[in-house]
Design a protein around this ligand. Structure first.
Ligand code: NAD
Length: 373
């Protein structure tokens, strides 16, 4: 198969982790007989510096003509004082909108080899395997009006949280469908005791549930969900929520499973999927070669699964990451006192080696079959 991808390294550790992830993709393509066509473009701060636009037309066009997009991260302190339409993040928000990527999937799995990284007790974290399904194109992050107005000393700021029924309906259907391929449990998170948007959200999700009688639906307020995620994370299966709640809860879950650097995401729903690690540009460690590339590498597994239906190849990456961790390899964010951490490039190479070995041994076929059972 020809896989035509646009790579957007972005800012901070973005270029470091996408470099590692791209090498893993190349290894998968070589091992499974696919052809990769990669085009790299600037986005975010890198694009602001080169063309004064966080999403230059050429970058957008290249994304729109690809089959899938892999992104590193955008943002950094150098751009913090830029007006909002010229901030790196506005380029990413615009890209998500242009790609029509309304469903953001964020899996969070506790790898037993690094369960000790979790701040939670081992018996609480064991078995945690959560899929957060976050609505990505609505709510506070996109609602209009959004402005700061008034005279200095008496200014007022406004953001708008708005959801239309079809927006809730379509994301709910994605979550229910995904629940069917998992443990058939769906928790919808809202703040229906206070917000009108959440009341509508709850009504629509309850209506959609009638088409999925095989899925056990429950509702939870976001404050209560934030607590339950640290008290009993292993109880959750699919967690469906709106844009801002999902943004916050997925970082919390990152902490729960041990490191933000492990978390991958897929933004789907439009014709072209966007895949990126959950973490940001991590300016505090950028340029030092110590960033954890696994979130970006696992995003490639999601890319192969959701944009190309290449389940065997996706499972191979996930298994390779598990094996590399089981073998004791740790980047600095995962290492315990006394453990010698390895760098971004070395960790990526370890995953490439494991992919090659697994593909050669033919064990991926078995892995994919087991996964689908
Ligand atoms: P961050 O995710 O960049 O970093 C939070 C902490 O986690 C830092 O201590 C960082 O060193 C660590 N970390 C993150 N990823 C890591 C990795 N792969 N390996 C090891 N450690 C890792 O969040 P932040 O510090 O709040 O934001 C920094 C910048 O990133 C800001 O400009 C923010 O707007 C931007 N940001 C971008 C995205 C995105 O591009 N999707 C997401 C979140 C934040």
């Amino acid at each position: 198969m020809l896989l035509k991808l646009t790579i957007l390294p972005g800012d901070g550790i973005g270029p470091e982790v996408t470099e590692g992830a791209t090498r893993v993709l190349e290894t998968v393509a070589e091992s499974f007989g696919h052809q990769l066509h990669l085009t790299r473009k600037d986005i975010g701060g890198a694009a602001l510096l080169s063309s004064k636009d966080p999403l230059p037309p050429d970058t957008l066009q290249t994304c729109l003509s690809a089959q899938a997009v892999l992104l590193g991260a955008v943002g950094g302190p150098a751009f913090d004082d830029f007006p909002s339409h010229l901030r790196p993040e506005s380029g990413l928000l615009k890209l998500r909108r242009k790609l029509g990527a309304f469903a953001n999937l964020r899996p969070a799995v506790c790898y037993s080899a690094i369960a000790h990284r979790s701040p939670l007790r081992a018996d609480l974290i064991r078995g945690t395997d959560i899929l957060i399904v976050r609505e990505l194109l609505g709510g506070l992050y996109f609602g209009e009006p959004r402005l700061i107005q008034g005279a200095s000393g008496d200014r007022a700021a406004t953001n708008t949280m708005r959801y239309r029924e079809p927006e809730v309906d379509r994301i709910a259907r994605v979550a229910f469908e995904l629940a069917r391929s998992r443990r058939r449990k769906l928790t919808s998170v809202d703040k229906a005791n206070v917000l009108e948007c959440s009341r509508l959200w709850r009504e629509v999700v309850t209506e959609v549930a009638q088409d999925f009688p095989d899925i056990a639906l429950s509702h939870m307020y976001v404050d209560s969900a934030a607590m339950a995620l640290v008290m009993r994370p292993a109880d959750f299966d699919v967690l469906l929520t709106e844009n801002m709640f999902g943004d916050i809860l997925s970082d919390e879950v990152g902490g729960v499973v041990g490191s933000l650097g492990l978390l991958a995401s897929a933004s789907i729903g439009g014709p072209i999927g966007l895949y990126e690690p959950v973490h940001g540009s991590a300016p505090d460690i950028a340029g030092r070669g110590i960033a954890n590339p696994l979130g970006a590498i696992l995003s490639c597994a999601l890319l192969l699964r959701y944009s190309f239906r290449l389940e065997r190849e996706a499972a191979c990456i996930e298994w390779a990451v598990g094996r590399v961790l089981e073998s004791g390899n740790r980047t600095a964010d995962l290492a315990r006192t006394g453990e010698m951490p390895i760098g971004t490039t070395e960790m990526s190479q370890k995953v490439c080696d494991a992919v090659t070995e697994l593909a050669r041994a033919g064990s991926v076929q078995r892995a994919a079959q087991e996964q689908s059972v």
